[in-house]
Design a protein around this ligand. Sequence first.
Ligand SMILES: Cc1cc2nc3c(=O)[nH]c(=O)nc-3n(C[C@H](O)[C@H](O)[C@H](O)COP(=O)(O)OP(=O)(O)OC[C@H]3O[C@@H](n4cnc5c(N)ncnc54)[C@H](O)[C@@H]3O)c2cc1C
Length: 414
Amino acid sequence: MKAERVLVVGGGVIGLACASFLRRAGCRVELLERETVGAGASRGNCGLLFGSDLVPLCHPGAIGRELKLLLRRRSPLAVRPAADPARLTWFLRFWRSCRPARLFPAMQARAAILSSSIALYEEFFARRTIRAGEERRGVLLVFESPEAFRAYEETARLLSAWGCAAEAVAAGRLREVEPALRADLAGGWWQRRDLHVRPERLLASWKQEALEAGVALREGCTVLGFRRRGERIEAVRTTWGDHEADQVILAAGAWTAPLARRAGWRPPIQPGKGYSRTFPRSGRPPAIPCYLYDRRVVVTPFADGIRLGGTMEFAGFDLSLNPARLDALSRAAAAGLEKPPEGPGESWAGLRPLSPDDLPLIGPVPGRRNLWIASGHGMLGLTTAPATGRLIAELVTGAAPHIDPQPFSPRRFR
Ligand SMILES: Cc1cc2nc3c(=O)[nH]c(=O)nc-3n(C[C@H](O)[C@H](O)[C@H](O)COP(=O)(O)OP(=O)(O)OC[C@H]3O[C@@H](n4cnc5c(N)ncnc54)[C@H](O)[C@@H]3O)c2cc1C
């Protein structure tokens, strides 16, 4: 079966990837974005293509550790109280996903989507289909606390069994590996094979590639709802009028949940707010992206700047900039870098689309014949976009999927 007309809703990195792979598979593709491409979480993020990040957020012991973090002053994690049944159900599902028996299948699924995505990115970069200021310097996990540094050894052992061995860097050698770090840190773990990109460049380049391939991009077009006939979506209702289609893909990031509700389904996706501050190159930027692990803040060097990013706030769809959270990014940088960047920087907040088992939802919407979802990519949407786009194109056109789609099936939340 070949889908003729496909509508993709959402112009973030996931929507772009879906549109681009669907077009390559021979579909007529329209991409609807309410603002401009990259208006959501995909633009101001940390830019890591973090292929070694196999352990899901929900893993054995995660609840205790995160609760301890919550109690800390200036915690990188915050939950704004709200009597929201969807959020409570989400937390319950997250808690269940922390069971030891869930870890192996989750890591297996993450390994599949991560390694496929990195291979696809490598191909794009080698062919110069997409240019994104990509560099392969790895990611250096940096620890202030000696206990946390030692405790990470267990995770490193687990990752090593999955072919992602991290190199331990003792305190004394840390500044040999990355001279921009402070002298009083406890140590680090270096994943050498990871890449990083400038997300804005990636989006601009991917958008160009999609346009040249023939994707029809409608920026400033908001999807309001759906016209249904039985189990089929006949048309998508937008601020530009009704758009008819054979297949519809929901790739609207954190906003996928409220949109899907209008089509009669409630996917368990919660917005997880994060912040970044981007500075012109100043101070002494690191050469390697550094993950300041105790504070959950990433420092990413770009050719023409440096970005600090992190924190996780459960605060609904509120995108306001909280000065205390932005300040926490700079404090983290000061605790990790000898000469952190100075000045106001450009502040940004984005909503990660979080699924409770930390695996994306990619596949058909339960109970609908021509509605698909590609969302819930959490902390790794930039990294896992290529394999998501390829898998959606395969599923929609009826081609053999290149990775097992089962672990990502939205039906697991029926
Ligand atoms: C601080 C921070 C750091 C991060 N760092 C990394 C990292 O280093 N590596 C990594 O892999 N991931 C990272 N992430 C995660 C990553 O940014 C997300 O997983 C990813 O951007 C999600 O992409 P998306 O396309 O699903 O959503 P989005 O980028 O949010 O795109 C959704 C789009 O849908 C549009 N939309 C919404 N509603 C409608 C509607 N009704 N009609 C039309 N359009 C609509 C929005 O305007 C938006 O453009 C980070 C996230 C944050 C917040």
